[in-house]
Design a protein around this ligand. Structure first.
Ligand code: 6PG
Length: 240
């Protein structure tokens, strides 16, 4: 891994969530102080739910959450109220409990459309609005890690891995027998901070590959290309 990987490993999951929450609060606070707004791309899946609950409880007074704009790194192609929706998970664990105004949250899927290609185009337009057409620079992109080395919905052997122009694409994922919406490598490469939250023994093999400096799997490619921060438990990191 040629770029620096800043790894924070803790024995217990709750310690990992707390350390990651502290880091995010510090980075978002810095962004709000510097630019009046902080922009984060949230991770989906199951791991971040506890982190979001912690932010919405222990850290609810840690910063002006209404100055934060909440985007997503990827989304499943399901309605926003579907149990598999990343937006629904964040709404229930973070936006609702924090009382975030709906106009500060940016779901990738617009329900009335149900047209993923149009949703991807609309999201790309929204992102490019910040930076007059250039690649938008998130303050933080929060990511999980798949046991196959994917992050967001950039899965191994999928067409989105090669995308260098568009910011948001519909990515067909054969192993899931469907497609996902996902931000692309240029967006993650441009972020001020890339934060991975990785827990569980099933992630150990792909995390070990990343620490060896391999750069084949999607998360390895990103970690080899730019600095990344990792908040991991002992199960994922392997015995010290
Ligand atoms: C998703 C996520 C995905 C996730 C990893 C890890 O939409 O599922 O964006 O990239 O972060 O698959 O998922 P877990 O946290 O559930 O292990």
């Amino acid at each position: 891994m040629s770029a620096t990987a800043d790894i924070h490993a803790y024995p217990q999951a709750e310690e990992v969530f707390a350390a990651c929450a502290e880091f995010l609060v510090e980075r978002l606070t810095t962004a709000v102080r510097a630019r009046g707004v902080a922009r984060i791309a949230l991770a989906g899946g199951g791991t971040p739910r506890r982190l979001y609950q912690l932010l919405a409880s222990r850290y609810r007074d840690a910063l002006d959450w209404q100055a934060v704009e909440f985007y997503f790194g990827d989304e499943r192609n399901v309605p926003l109220d579907h149990p598999d929706s990343n937006f629904r998970m964040a709404r229930l664990s973070l936006f609702g409990p924090l009382g975030i105004q709906p106009h500060r949250t940016f779901p990738m899927i617009s329900d009335q459309q149900r047209d993923p290609e149009r949703d991807a185009d609309l999201y790309e337009t929204a992102l490019r609005r910040w930076t007059a057409g250039k690649v938008p620079r998130f303050d933080v992109t929060l990511l999980g890690l798949g046991s196959d080395g994917h992050f967001a919905s950039l899965f191994p052997d999928t067409p989105a891995l090669a995308e260098r122009k568009r910011l948001v694409v519909v990515n067909p994922v054969a192993k899931l027998h469907g497609h996902r919406l996902t931000l692309t490598f240029p967006v993650f490469e441009a972020a001020r901070d890339v934060v991975f939250l990785v827990l569980g023994a099933d992630k150990r093999p792909s995390l070990a590959r990343i620490r060896e400096g391999l750069a084949e799997l999607p998360a390895e490619r990103l970690a080899a290309k730019r600095p990344t921060h990792w908040f991991v438990d002992r199960a994922a990191a392997g015995a010290p």
